[in-house]
Design a protein around this ligand. Sequence first.
Ligand SMILES: [Fe+2]
Length: 450
Amino acid sequence: MAGRKSRKSRRAVTEANEVAKHASMLTGTAKTQLLAATSVPLPKRRYGPAKQRKQSMLQRTAAHICNYWLQTAPTFRIPGVKIEQLAERSKPSKADKSHATKVMDEMADWESDAFSAKKRRQTNAVKLAFDGIPPDIAEDALYASQVLHHFLRPHKSKKDGRHDFADFLMRYKREGEVEADEDKGKDLDLRDKDEDEDQDDEDQDQGADEDWEDAPTKFSHAGLEYEFANEYENSECTGVSHLVHSWQMQGHHGKAQMELTAPKVEESPLKPSADMFRNAQVALAVRWYMKRTSKLALALKEMFKVAYPDEFNIYEKAFEAGVWEVADPGPWLGRAIVWKLNVLPHRDGLDGGPTAIFCLGHFSGGEAYLTDLKLKLWYRPGDVLIFRAGDLYHAVGPWKAEGGVTARGITPGRVGNVFFSPAHSLRALKGKSAGWMKSTAGGALPSSES
Ligand SMILES: [Fe+2]
């Protein structure tokens, strides 16, 4: 790692994309040092959950909103599109992906639209009401996600074609011109008085990054220096985390079969994903994150229940059999958290059925593209899409981090969230009793209950 703030070099490359690309080429000690310098900061602790709503009340409210959505949301049929035909396509191919990219480019200037708001008549006007994730729960989930990724460093795989490996760092402003909503006082009533006083002191430290002058700001690669931080901007590492209760190690399961009724093939035992317990500290952070986001998961669960009742029952039974971390209410067996990355057109070939996606964070842009359907959807934090991500090509439009680090220590940028159940896990868990994964070590051992 070379350079400090005081050693300005004329030769240093500063353009964010170029710096990120060369950061992705680092290896060994240089890579380790860069990842340490661009780690996800731990937000401030002083805030409690955004609202102390009772879980049962939240569930009742969510169920009411979802049923209202079911009764009132308009439905559309797209002429010439048959989901069965799209689902029958073979594994995602390069040609299909480049076609999806072309369609996405063609739609770049389109306005994005929203399809599923519920409506209420007020006098003669029709009012569209928000029916996504309640803002306080979404904002708290963002906080929880950043805490998690402080401990669970975002990881990138060259094999993951859904993201560009060169998109290795996200550049953001240290201090924002616009404060995020959570800093405008709506959380204040949730803290006790002493905490408020302490917090007032902390809030003076906008950006909470006074020590940056002592931190590395540049790295060297192939004879050039690259600047990833300065007085005004900083960089954060990007990546994807997989929190999956039960799945088979990559390459240890047969070809993905979307039909849950397909003949059972010889399969290796199920295991929780490695990110669930990368180390002891991570295991604790994952449990904390699952608990802290349980209300978010409950809201999504209610949406899934009304939107796909048949699949919901299958997923829930599989979840009960395959759950590892019980702080998660299910019914999806896994979560992928896409930390500050762009999302290229793709299908998720291993998903077993409907997947829920939503985003969190402070950013502009980032519309959802469903290129098979030629849809470009308004897609802001708290908006939820539940769809067959294994059957339909989808992507996220370019986005830009907005604002700076908030008083709470939240860094800007987009956090994608994917709640999914792997097809092979659903197959392996079909017909299994509740708690099967834990009592049989994923099928490797006789039941410990007997
Ligand atoms: Fe996806």
